[in-house]
Write a protein that binds this ligand. Structure first.
Ligand SMILES: C[S@@+](CC[C@H](N)C(=O)[O-])C[C@H]1O[C@@H](n2cnc3c(N)ncnc32)[C@H](O)[C@@H]1O
Length: 346
């Protein structure tokens, strides 16, 4: 088995997070970096935590047998929290950070404000977008994904409040509940009409259900920004091509789309035994795009649930094929947890 000093992107995981009596407790793992001691990598809203302890994680080492020194990746940290802050950013610095990718190594926790106060969708509605029914993960991971997107969009466009933004594949607003107040105009669309109805009733913005194989009713150039978290991860190639063309049509010239795909990082973080991961990496290199498995999460809620599958994209494939529709294509590995983020400019 080949072993690596570093994987393509090295997302990290918070396995447990609690705030008790104004104090944050977090446990998780992040792969070690040479000459970058775990004790000095963390900050919470810009300040070093009170307590950071290194913890051995043989369970993680077993899953990531190909990653050298994976065992010494665990951490436990504690810090007093100022509950008047609306948002908490837990950052783990990496020597591979650039200003553009810095937020990849942040987790965001909502402490107060509308994103917390809003109604929450039912467990079944949440299951259809994230594959589990855990409410705290829905809120925390949705907040993290949203603020990672906002960090990039804010770097690309000077004034968020001037933007007309589309959340393509909004689901039940897992991300939208944290982004919809930031922009001048906010629209969400999805093929899951029940989840769209929930968003219309409970979130600010305009929400429309759409059809899998048709164009939307919006005018060409209607949006400055379109984002889509984990939608291209579920489309076969013919539908992918249809939606690439539609996204291009909906963006104004100079507008940008931010969409996620399962790339090499998703394969590496597939949490399977190492030989299976090696086979999947080899398949990705060989086929560049492939349908890995069926996904029955939308059964009973869309007319063609069998069209909803799990697919993987090689970054070379993205550059080669998606470039046909867009002026520029950038792939940021592992930016939204295990998903690569593709930034497309019309
Ligand atoms: C994995 S879920 C992610 C939902 C949401 N973006 C999030 O991050 O929570 C994928 C969503 O895409 C929707 N979807 C699938 N194909 C679509 C398409 N062609 N156009 C719009 N939405 C689609 C599904 O109904 C589902 O809500």
């Amino acid at each position: 088995m080949q072993s690596f000093d570093r994987l393509e992107a090295e997302p990290w995981s918070i396995d447990g997070l609690a705030i008790v009596d104004g104090r944050l407790y977090a446990d998780g793992w992040v792969f070690p970096e040479i000459d970058n001691a775990i004790e000095s990598r963390f900050s919470i809203n810009g300040k070093p935590p009170d307590i950071v302890q290194a913890v051995d994680r043989p369970d993680v080492a077993e899953l990531f047998a190909r990653r050298k020194n994976a065992r010494s990746c665990g951490f436990h940290l504690e810090h007093p929290i100022d509950l008047s802050d609306s948002l908490l950013e837990l950052h783990c610095a990496s020597r591979f950070d650039t200003p553009r990718t810095r937020a990849r190594n942040s987790a965001f926790v909502p402490l107060s404000g509308p994103a917390i106060d809003r109604a929450v969708p039912s467990a079944d509605q949440r299951f259809r977008v994230i594959g589990n029914r855990d409410l705290s993960g829905f809120l925390r991971i949705g907040c993290t994904d949203a603020h990672k997107l906002l960090a990039l969009i804010a770097a690309d466009f000077p004034a968020l409040e001037d933007l007309r933004v589309l959340d393509w594949g909004v689901g039940c607003g897992r991300v939208a509940r944290h982004t919809c107040d930031s922009f001048g105009a906010f629209t969400g669309v999805d093929i899951d009409a029940d989840n769209v109805r929930w968003c219309s009733t409970n979130l600010p913005g305009r929400y429309e259900s759409i059809l899998l194989r048709e164009s939307t009713q919006f005018a060409g150039g209607e949006f400055d920004v379109i984002y889509g978290v984990s939608v291209f991860t579920h489309l076969r190639e013919d539908l992918q091509n249809h939606w690439l063309a539609e996204i291009r049509r909906l963006l104004r010239p100079g507008g940008r789309a931010y969409v996620t795909v399962h790339g090499r990082t998703a394969v590496e973080y597939g949490c399977r035994p190492a030989p299976e991961i090696e086979a999947a990496v080899a398949r990705l290199e060989r086929e560049q795009f492939f349908v890995a498995s069926a996904n029955n999460q939308l059964e009973g809620f869309v007319p063609e649930p069998d069209e909803y599958v799990n697919v993987f994209h090689h970054s070379d494939y993205i550059h080669r094929h998606w470039q046909k529709h867009f002026a520029s294509v950038e792939v940021i590995p592992g930016y939204i947890y295990t998903h690569d983020l593709v930034v497309l400019e019309r």
